[in-house]
Design a protein around this ligand. Structure first.
Ligand code: FAD
Length: 405
């Protein structure tokens, strides 16, 4: 049965489509849409009912994401990050106090930021240098994160850092919940946002550089996954598999929206005395678009409903990687083909396809590049560890493969 939030998303989509150009041209975050998502209980819909959410499954969430992505890519990203990624990790691994603190913030409209990437640690995430050093009942965080989605608008941040004991010995990689509230005192000492990227698409979403300079947080805000800090990076990345399925769904939803526009245009536009829809060259393009979107949707739903190893509540890593890889590359191709069908009009800014094309280009990069996803899929097929699946706390040479035990 389809979750009621999917119908709510369909109802909201026309307003989101009307506003989408505003966020893009003014490079402004979609706060109006967030208010609608709060009212519709879509923000945090995956949070369990005992913490105030709807307890919706990831399969429910991705169906909502598709409806919204057809209208506004930016808003679809907000939904993914308000239900997957950081908040998913907190709800799975957090203490009761952490869950009780974070859930209401998301339900009230916050899209938590997940802070992994650093200037010298992109695809090689475990090369991160940000440290969280134990000092009494606190951790002291130092380092720089960049390309952090939502930096400057998010209140909750899940900061990945290399954990050190009091003596400075490496303990593995952990997550730390950092809370910022502009309404209540603003940024904590030792936490600065030092820059915002200028991006080709998704322009309403800040992609920020965050600097931690002796930021002190109470030890109770350390998110300790089941395997402790030593194996914790793998646990945290399991949670991230959900966000990957969400990101793939955004790309698929944008493609589906572009497809619908193209289909209607072929019926409406006439050349050579007949509708474009009567030209077989365009019919076959449309058939390929429809087929590829359908294939991506099936893969994404399969991944969203799957479960990882050892009873993990998060999607299986390989299924998530395959689905995101296929959907993100498909999304670029399908939106490109839709734009082509519109001729000059597709290239102009009065037609949303040029914005959709700029937006969808991101999804083979953010959240695991197409190359890294292929590396993961190959690693699973061959039964070998790849750089992305190596032990999280080690810092081996950047590029090697070693046999799984
Ligand atoms: C819009 C946007 C939003 C983002 N949001 C966030 C966020 O919220 N939080 C966060 O932590 N990060 C975020 N990122 C960062 C993102 O996760 C990284 O960009 C990504 O992991 C790639 O890292 P990099 O850009 O440093 O590329 P690099 O790792 O430098 O890679 C450069 C190129 O080399 C390829 N490459 C690298 N290693 C290999 C290999 N072993 N084999 C084959 N090819 C390889 C890559 O695929 C890529 O094509 C975001 C990025 C973008 C664009």
């Amino acid at each position: 049965m389809t979750h009621p939030a999917v119908a709510a998303a369909r109802d909201l989509a026309p307003a989101f489509a009307r506003r989408a150009a505003i966020w893009d041209t003014e490079r402004r975050y979609c706060w109006d849409n967030v208010a609608d998502l709060v009212d519709a209980r879509i923000m945090g819909m995956s949070i369990p009912a005992e913490h105030g959410g709807l307890g919706a499954s990831y399969l429910d969430v991705v169906q909502v994401v598709e409806e919204v992505a057809k209208a506004c890519t930016l808003t679809a990203r907000v939904i993914v990050e308000a239900n997957m990624g950081a908040i998913g990790a907190v709800m799975a691994y957090g203490t009761d106090a952490q869950k009780a603190f974070c859930a209401p913030i998301v339900l009230a409209g916050d899209k938590p930021a997940i802070c992994i990437t650093e200037p010298d640690a992109g695809s090689a995430a475990t090369d991160m240098r940000t440290t969280a050093r134990k000092r009494g009942d606190t951790y002291v965080i130092n380092g720089t994160k960049h390309w952090i989605t939502g930096g400057g608008v998010s209140k909750l941040h899940l900061v990945f850092a290399r954990v050190q004991d009091e003596a400075g010995h490496d303990q593995g990689i952990g997550g730390f919940i950092v809370h910022v509230d502009a309404d209540r005192g603003g940024m904590p000492d030792g936490f600065r946002i030092t820059g915002r990227e200028r991006t080709m698409g998704l322009c309403g979403m800040p992609e920020a550089t965050l600097v931690f300079d002796n930021l002190v947080i109470d030890a109770e805000w350390a998110l300790v996954p089941p395997s402790g800090f030593r194996g914790g990076f793998a646990d945290l990345m399991n949670a991230y598999n959900a966000q990957r399925v969400g990101a793939g769904t955004i790309a698929m939803g944008v493609a589906a929206g572009a497809y619908e526009r193209a289909r209607d245009y072929l019926l409406a536009r006439h050349q050579f005395g007949r509708p474009l829809a009567e030209f077989q060259g365009l019919q076959w393009m449309l058939a390929d678009m429809d087929t590829q979107i359908t294939a991506a949707r099936l893969m994404l739903h399969d991944a969203a409903a799957s479960r990882g190893p050892n009873g993990s509540q998060f999607p299986d890593m390989t299924r998530a990687a395959r689905a995101k890889l296929f959907a993100s590359e498909m999304g670029i191709k399908v939106v490109n083909d839709a734009l082509q069908m519109f001729g000059a009009r597709g290239y102009g800014s009065d037609e949303p396809l040029e914005r959709m094309y700029r937006d969808v280009r991101m999804f083979t990069i953010g959240g695991g590049t197409a190359q890294i996803l292929r590396t993961q899929i190959a690693g699973a097929a061959l039964g070998i560890k790849t750089p992305q699946t190596r032990d999280g706390y080690a810092s081996p040479p950047a590029m090697h493969l070693h046999a799984a035990e």
